[in-house]
Design a protein around this ligand. Structure first.
Ligand code: PFF
Length: 445
């Protein structure tokens, strides 16, 4: 049943692929806009706390369950607790993966469109204007989905590892170049201060929920992506080290994205709380103020597309692994079917992005527009619920001792951290996540 499961060729391969899943639009599009809407420095502080208290512990938990069972989310649960209703948690993970994939690719399509526009204007010398009309949005959304499908059809190693290896460091270098340009703009320091100085009066329950959810989203946790990638990890590769690397790298990129956006927002006169369009409003102005900005824009949007691609690949891989492992579907057939399903599910989000009513104006879950509502439902709530239930599942069915043994079997250093980790996964994570979610549902502020 499990023939043909690939494995990472090396520990570095896993770290790069997992970091590829983690680093994406979550860091560069979602983190700045969430920070902008939720009070700047205060959000950054709560976010960093959430990464340490929830992100790292749940990351190690997911990877260990994946490696121990060598399965997709549904299969992993089935292996630990056969025929139990916990199976539903596995299916929730798959559904979440499909839904995030759908709207995430719509945004990624917009990034692709920006890249293409800048490339065209480099050649023709014309100005860059993004119209975002429906056919354009749908076209780039579909192109992006097809790219994702093509990479995933290639399989774990050939498809995923290779991409992450070459292009992620390049993205970092380009971001640093843009940051340096932004910091030299007059008035930029106000943005730096705003980003780094926490105003404690801004910390509300909504800010905490958003920061927690952003940590799960950014680290690809709560829907089995790290579980699935961990299932391709061999028994002697160090889970602790891999997990820490991914968390550190992902957080670094998010913080850099903050430095890329906020100084520029303050220097060029924008609104940090502009919402999900923030980076698309700010970055073109930065490129406009830069010598050779057109070329930097092409490189940046291209690399951001690749970063998004290594994330959508992981979303699609989770769902694919289920059909291939459990139902013995062929890889290509599965990937194409899921890709087409994600396009269908994503169409309302694409129409929302194109400004088509009622999709762009509906109010759902306190968000305006279908895309933002999907992001709230799946990107915020579902990942938090998934992470919470995963903790409860491991505590009550698999056993934290087994999970800790799995990590320790390949990591000597984990021995001294074992007690702390168990404490966090048993008490801190489930109780805090449950309280934050419950408070939100009850409607506390
Ligand atoms: N972590 C990705 C990002 O920050 O862009 C998004 C993501 C990928 C979320 C995979 C969840 C996931 F399972």
């Amino acid at each position: 049943m499990t023939v043909n499961r690939g494995q990472w060729s090396s520990q570095v391969g896993f770290v790069l692929a997992a970091a590829g899943s983690a680093v994406g639009l979550g860091n560069i599009w979602r983190f700045p806009y969430m920070t902008g809407e939720n009070g700047g420095g205060a959000f950054l502080l709560v976010y960093l706390l959430c990464v340490i208290c929830f992100g790292l512990p749940v990351m190690l938990l997911e990877i260990s369950l994946g490696r121990a069972t060598q399965r997709n989310p549904v299969g992993a649960i089935e292996k630990v607790a056969p025929r139990s209703s916990w199976r539903a948690l596995g299916f929730l993970a798959l559904l979440t993966g499909l839904c995030i994939l759908s709207y995430y690719s719509v945004i990624a399509g917009k990034v692709l469109a920006f890249g293409a526009l800048y490339a065209r204007s480099l050649v023709t010398g014309g100005t860059v204007t993004y119209t975002g009309v429906t056919p354009e949005v749908l076209f780039y959304f579909a192109v992006f989905m097809v790219l994702t499908v093509l990479v995933v059809v290639g399989g774990v190693q050939r498809g995923i590892e290779r991409w992450a290896k070459i292009l992620m460091p390049l993205l970092l270098v380009t971001m640093i170049a843009i940051i340096v340009r932004g910091l030299f703009l007059p008035g930029a320091m106000a943005g730096v201060r705003w980003f780094l100085t926490p105003d404690f009066s801004k910390i509300t329950l909504t800010v905490v929920l958003n920061a927690m959810a952003q940590a799960f989203f950014s680290l690809s946790l709560g829907m089995g992506a790290m579980l699935t990638y961990g299932s391709y990890l061999s028994k002697h590769q160090d889970i602790l080290r891999c997990g820490v690397w991914v968390v550190v790298f992902d957080t670094l990129v998010a913080v850099l994205a903050g430095f890329m956006i906020f100084p520029a927002v303050f220097a060029l006169g924008g609104n940090p709380a502009a919402g999900s369009t923030l980076i698309f409003e700010v970055l073109p102005r930065v490129f406009g103020s830069m010598a050779g900005g057109g070329l930097v824009a092409v490189v940046f949007f291209f690399l951001l597309c690749v970063a998004a691609l290594t994330s959508t690949v992981s979303l699609l891989e989770v769902v694919t692994a289920y059909f291939v492992d459990e139902l013995s579907w062929s890889r290509a057939r599965t990937v194409w079917s899921v890709g087409i399903a994600a396009i269908v599910v994503g169409i309302p989000s694409a129409l929302a992005l194109a400004g088509i009513t009622p999709w762009s104006t509906v109010h759902l879950f306190g968000r305006e527009g279908f895309l933002d509502a999907m992001d709230f439902l799946w990107g915020n709530l579902s990942l938090a619920v998934g992470s919470l239930l995963l903790c409860v599942f491991v505590i009550s069915r698999w056993g934290l001792k087994r999970a800790a043994d799995e990590i320790e079997s390949s990591s000597r250093r984990f021995r001294s951290l074992r007690g702390v980790w168990i404490f966090f996964v048993r008490w801190v994570c489930p109780i805090s996540i449950a309280i934050i979610l419950a408070a939100k549902v009850i409607g506390w502020s």
